[in-house]
Design a protein around this ligand. Sequence first.
Ligand SMILES: [Zn+2]
Ligand SMILES: [Zn+2]
Length: 462
Amino acid sequence: MLHWRIATRSERLIGNLHLCHASSKPFLPVNHSAARLESRAAHTISRPAYSSRSASRTIARGTPPSRHQLAPGYPTPSNRALVTSSSKSSEASGRSGRAAVTRQRGADFVIEQVNIGAPRHDEVLVRIVASGVCHTDMVVRDEEYGPLPAVFGHEGAGVVEAVGEHVTNVTVGDHVVLSYAFCGECDLCHSGHPAHCREVFPINFGGGRLDGSTSTTDTQGERVHDHFFGQSSFAEYAVVNRNNLVKVDKNLPLDMLAPLGCGLQTGSGAVINAMKVRPGSSFVAFGAGTVGLASVMAAKVAGATTIIAIDINLQRLELAIELGATHIINSKKIDPVQAIQDITGGGADFTLECTGRPSVLTQAVDSLGFFGTCGIVGAAPLGSKVELDVNGIMIPAKRVMGIVQGDSTSATFIPILIELWKQGRFPFDKLIKHYDFDDINQAVADSESGRVIKPVLRIGKV
Ligand SMILES: [Zn+2]
Ligand SMILES: [Zn+2]
């Protein structure tokens, strides 16, 4: 019945609309916004499913860690107060500037004047020029993730203003893109998987450095938590560990490069670094937000010849075609599993779950063919379970893999993405809409409503 082929853009849309009417059973709730489709997916650093050296280090979302759960050196409410926030190793002074501070769960961001301390010996003071807005920023604003008050934001880009005495990878005046934090000392960091660092949760969500210290104070001298994803980029200045920085060409627009450090890296890295999508293969993105669309672009770069995007937002599906999708599926209208089986002739080689919805993960696994691989980048709420057909995985030799930040080493992967962008092969600029820093709450609203895929705040001049 369903005739699938590589058609023109308009043909595909018409075909899809036709298919929309072919089923009366929507795949997802009608009132579920496209922004929510990408729920929690624009970053994938979440609570680690594994232990952090021991099970006692795993910190549950929504549950403030009790002292006995914490490893030595991890900040506790008592020892946090004892740690100074000032630099001891750098002669550089701190800065005063504006930052979007969250003092209350679920409240709008409020821009305040704050003071940022000088960088430590292994840190860099960055004047933020732009920052992407990621769904994770809304999650931590609204839910019990780490202490408040805090400055969030984790897709920053800016200019180096001061460096600690042990920093050699950047100098004052360099332009940098900021990415996630990692310890750089554990076995997983050493084996080339810093995105799966054993300290990934406390170092990115702990509200300060691993020793509990912070850099930010408000005008009353009270501490404001920071180092979110090692950066807290909703601010005019950020103190960042040297490991989190990627030096970029000064001729490139920082307000375009900012989102590379999380969402874009997550989707493209999942395809290129983690799943290793191969030429001639079939690839499916479940969810067409920033992560899903980045994966579509990367699948095209990797040589996949059947690229399927699934969403409930037709504008996003149209964009997916522009970015390289050969087929689109409106999952509100038709069963994506059957459609994928039809398109691929028995199942996809690769599927990527970007929505954080367990029911969608089941679909993503069911859509695989023999020796197919399903990647998970959408973080579901802690404790989420998924129903899978055991024999349906074993006999066709399917694989399911978790992926954080695309298993990317930012320092080497982001330059690759920039080069692909310069060549027109990774046109992520089509996802971006810019906002003034003062309009941060409008940017968030437009992201949550699905009107904008990737808002980027313009915070300072180059
Ligand atoms: Zn993110
Ligand atoms: Zn590590």
